[in-house]
Design a protein around this ligand. Structure first.
Ligand code: ZN
Length: 403
C-alpha cells in the first residue's frame, strides 16, 4: 500500500483483480479511493513494531517484518514520531501529511517517466531522428532567468541522455532540467511531431501533464479554486496516460499526483526551497561531532543561521545587481539584473502580473519615489513595455546601451 492516506490503493494488480476492495495506482477515479484515518496508520505502525520486536527477541523471522514494512509503506524507527506513544496525541498524520509536488512531478517524477516513454515511442518511429529534437531544444527559446539558463536545457538533451534513452528506455534529468524541457517538448510535439506522425494519444497526455504542472504552480501561489481544478486535471492526465502508454506503466507517483490538489492547508507546497538548503545543513553539521544530540544541535544551528539571514536585507531584499546612476537624474539607479520578491529578474524576462504579461525592459531603483509610466513593485520599479514611443523607456534604454 504505497499511500498513507488511502486504505485501498495498491501496486499489486493481481490483488486488484482478485478483490474489488482494492484499486490500482493507475486508477484515475478519485471516488474509488477510500480515505484512511490516522488510527489506521497507527495500527499499521504498531503491527510493524511488534513484528520487529518479535524478530529481535528470536520469536519471528526477519522477512516477516520486512514484508510488512513493504506492504504498509512504513519503516520502523524506534525514535520516530509514529512510534512515540506520548506524541500521538499531537499527531494526525492523515491530516498533516502533504504530497510534495517537486518529487511527484519533477524530481525523478511523472514528468521524467512520461517524457522518457514519449521519446522512446519516437525513437522507434521510422524517419524520426533524435538530432532533430536536439536542434529544436537548442533553438532560441527564452525563459525568465530565475527559471534557468539556456545551457541547462541543452544539457538535458546531450548525447549521454540519448544513450540512456536507447539503452534503458529512460530519460533521466534533474528537476531544473525537467522544468525547462517540458514546455519545449510539448511545443515540439504540437508543432513538429503531430504534423508528420500519428501521435494524438501522446500529445493529449503530455498536454494534460503540462496543465497539471501549471495548476500545481497556481496552487503553490494560493490561487482561489486552484485545488479543485488541479484534482480534475490530474484525474484527466492519468486517464489519458493510461490510454497512451497502458496502465502497466503507471507508478505510485501517478497516484500521489492525484493528491496534489487535496487542498490541505489551502495551498500546495513542495520541497524546492528545502532542497536548496541541503548545503546549508551540511555546512552546519561540520561543527558537531555525531552523537546522541547530533540531530538537535545541527537543526538548532541551521535554524539560528536561517533566522539571522532572514533579517538581512542584503541577502533576501529587493535590489539591483551592478546598478548605475542615471546621468540625467541622480536619484535613479538602473540595471539589467536584480532581485525582486526573492527571484532573480533580468531584462527581457516576461512576468505575469494580474493576468497581464509585462516584459522587463530595465530595472530601476527610484529612491522610494515612483516613476511616471512604470509599475512599482515593492522598493524596485519595473519598466514595462508600454510602446515604442514612450519617452521614459527610450531614456532607460539609452542609459542601458551606454553601459
Ligand atoms: Zn492515496
Amino acid at each position: 500500500m504505497p499511500c498513507l492516506v488511502c486504505l485501498n490503493v495498491v501496486t499489486d494488480d493481481e490483488l486488484v483483480a482478485e478483490d474489488d476492495f482494492f484499486v490500482s495506482v493507475s486508477e484515475h477515479d478519485h471516488r474509488k479511493f477510500l480515505p484512511a484515518t490516522s488510527a489506521d496508520v497507527f495500527r499499521k505502525a504498531d503491527r510493524l513494531a511488534e513484528a520487529v520486536r518479535d524478530w529481535e527477541q528470536g520469536r519471528g523471522r526477519k522477512n516477516v517484518w520486512e514484508r510488512l514494512s513493504k506492504a504498509s509503506g512504513l519503516s520502523y524507527h524506534p525514535d520516530g514520531l509514529l512510534y512515540d506513544a506520548e506524541l500521538r496525541v499531537f499527531l494526525d498524520p492523515c491530516e498533516q501529511i502533504m504530497f510534495d509536488g517537486m518529487h511527484v512531478l519533477f524530481s525523478n517524477g511523472v514528468c521524467q517517466l512520461e517524457t522518457g516513454l514519449a521519446l522512446q515511442r519516437l525513437v522507434n518511429t521510422p524517419d524520426w531522428d533524435f538530432n532533430d529534437f536536439r536542434e529544436f531544444v537548442k533553438a532560441d527559446f527564452r525563459c525568465p532567468i530565475g527559471q534557468g539558463h539556456w545551457g541547462t536545457r541543452a544539457k538535458a538533451v546531450a548525447s549521454q541522455r540519448e544513450d540512456a534513452l536507447r539503452c534503458k528506455g529512460a530519460f533521466p534529468c534533474t528537476a531544473s532540467e525537467m522544468m525547462l524541457i517540458l514546455p519545449v517538448f510539448l511545443h515540439y510535439l504540437q508543432v513538429v511531431v503531430s504534423k508528420k506522425w500519428e501521435v494524438g494519444d501522446i500529445l493529449a497526455s503530455y498536454e494534460a501533464l503540462s496543465d497539471v504542472c501549471r495548476l500545481f504552480k497556481d496552487c503553490k501561489q494560493g490561487r482561489r479554486g486552484g485545488s479543485q481544478a488541479l484534482r480534475q486535471a490530474s484525474a484527466k492526465h492519468l486517464r489519458l496516460f493510461n490510454t497512451a502508454y497502458g496502465k502497466d506503466n503507471a507508478i505510485p507517483k501517478h497516484h500521489y499526483e492525484q493528491h496534489l490538489g487535496d487542498g490541505r492547508f489551502q495551498r500546495a507546497l513542495d520541497c524546492f526551497a528545502g532542497e536548496r538548503k541541503n548545503h546549508e545543513l551540511k555546512s552546519c553539521a561540520e561543527f558537531h561531532k555525531s552523537g546522541i544530540a547530533f540531530d538537535r544541535q545541527v537543526l538548532l544551528r541551521a535554524i539560528t543561521s536561517q533566522l539571522g539571514d532572514l533579517n538581512n536585507d542584503l541577502l533576501y531584499g529587493d535590489q539591483l545587481y551592478s546598478g548605475k546612476t542615471d546621468p540625467l537624474n541622480s536619484a535613479l539607479q538602473f540595471s539589467k539584473h536584480g532581485r525582486l520578491l526573492g527571484a532573480r529578474v533580468s531584462v527581457e524576462d516576461a512576468l505575469r502580473v494580474d493576468n497581464q504579461i509585462l516584459v522587463v525592459k530595465c530595472l530601476v531603483e527610484a529612491a522610494g519615489t515612483a516613476v511616471w509610466g512604470f509599475t512599482v513593485f515593492s522598493s524596485l520599479v519595473i519598466c514595462m513595455f508600454i510602446g515604442p514611443t514612450s519617452r521614459d523607456i527610450r531614456s532607460c534604454l539609452h542609459v542601458l546601451s551606454a553601459e
